[in-house]
Design a protein around this ligand. Sequence first.
Ligand SMILES: O=C([O-])CC(=O)C(=O)O
Ligand SMILES: [Mg+2]
Length: 651
Amino acid sequence: MISLHRSCFLNNTGISGSSSPFSYKLKKLPPASVKVTALGPNRDRNSSVLIENNNNPLKEIKEDATASVADVDPNPTVTGEDRDLYYDAAATDDQLVTPWSLSVASGYSLLRDPHHNKGLAFNEKERDSYYLRGLLPPTVISQELQVKKMMCSIRQYQVPLQKYMAMMDLQELNERLFYKLLIDNVEELLPVVYTPTVGEACQKYGSIFRRPQGLFISLKEKGKIHEVLRNWPQRDIQVIVVTDGERILGLGDLGCQGMGIPIGKLSLYTALGGVRPSACLPVTIDVGTNNEQLLNDEFYIGLRRRRATGQARNLIEYAELMHEFMSAVKQNYGEKVLIQFEDFANHNAFDLLAKYGTTHLVFNDDIQGTASVVLAGLVAALKVVGGTLADHRFLFLGAGEAGTGIAELIALEISKQTNMPLEEARKKISLVDSKGLIVKSRIDSLQHFKKPWAHDHEPIKKLVDAVNGIKPTVLIGTSGVGRTFTKEVVEAMAALNEKPIIFSLSNPTSQSECTAEEAYTWSQGRAIFASGSPFDPVEYKGRVFVPGQANNAYIFPGLGLGLIMSGAIRVHDDMLLAASEALAAQVTQENFDKGLIYPPFRNIRKISAHIAASVAAKAYELGLATRQPQPKDLVKYAEHCMYNPAYQSYR
Ligand SMILES: O=C([O-])CC(=O)C(=O)O
Ligand SMILES: [Mg+2]
């Protein structure tokens, strides 16, 4: 009996997602690399899985392929049936059969299998063993040379969207090369596969659409989501990033074309956090769109209807679809699958988090991930500016998910540090939304997530007046509206503070509240500045200023890894605080000397391992971890768990 080995997230540890829902009995030893494929309309279709066996030369099975077919009993425990592979031999005309086939992953199809393809890096022996002779030019090159070549080719594109498309093509062609490229060149390629370029990619997703990536669940699939999940080729899912496309970055409702976001986020889960790609599932829930331009776009890929959303008459339709999805996910992948809500509009984001936070392992990246990264940046910035969090005053432009999420985590941390009641700590934080400062007199008309921020204060309409009235030491932009930190606003901050802390967090670059150059110039080089999307260093009066990138990409990959490796069953606010502290602790004196309040992204895997370890430690401390016993050295363990994109050698 040999059970299937599917390359598992926690390689060699034997403790995690390595268990497969399938078990294949092989009377004879299997070939080195065999694909078992069940075709046909039943639920086992597409279940291609690589079987590996250490002791067997591939040749043995090639010469006796028939014997190996006969000797394999694909007994999917999901169905509970004990199936004989030859059952179809006894089938009569009116009996439906499943056309099982057993094939070596080789030749032409191996070159088109993104999970196993190595392109020109297949060595001579592999070319013989896997029927690749003639299908490749004679040269054999290393993965390193492939990376160099790909980087040269990507750098030749002038247009970021072309770089994005080249990267997506590579992901579909050769997954390990894609991740090696991304990991080795993270600072250069992050803006390509992630913000800002992914924003443009989503806007134009229909026009640039080539091959589907991720899982699309639309209202058409209502009642069938369980089956839809079964159509996905992988079963051992550990992380799902799901969006309904209603608030993609600061770009608004992009409907089904929001799919670029879950795909981009999950690429980072692998590249930055080391979660293996096959354990990641990008999902877009398509309930229509209210974006007229898309509805009239002949290339739009989604449902052509107005959005069923969490309001009034459509409430039930939307809620039912989401509920069916959440239930099906748990049923298919178990209690410990992590679901990251991404880029939902405010009105759904808070409700979904509240509703499923107690039954599923969920977190909202825009509310909680962003909060954690911003808190880390503030803690680091205070080392430069001085004082404790409680000594500062915070003003936000934007009171949606990010704004209120960050505000709440800051208040929580102040309250922990000082034993101050949370309500008191909140008073140090003020928020301005599109109608002005959030104050008590507006309480009745405020959405529920804004109410805790309605303080006693006279109403103020304009941001600059709020700055002058409240006199914040920290100004944070989470409005989704670009260029709202005007010269007047930045100058007011600079007049009030020797070192004003200014964060322009909205994405992509076009929606940033101000540019790095504006922040440094208008504050005469005194601002401590960070932004959600990357900005190049700025030279001002002979000094070079390097802006920080306060993006949740610092947090969610490590947070996710920590949750997975501890087998956590719920996300707790203290884990976000732990992640935040772990990130802040990674800023070195050398970074501070350069004016950085975040460590460079090039060290992100090490940073993620530390974040994962802190999150896992918190999960154990809170009794929320199910993976026992607790590993002794959690940082080492996290590093050990991480996916390595180096090619594997095929026997
Ligand atoms: O995706 C990003 O760059 C950060 C984020 O979550 C958002 O802006 O919604
Ligand atoms: Mg987001």
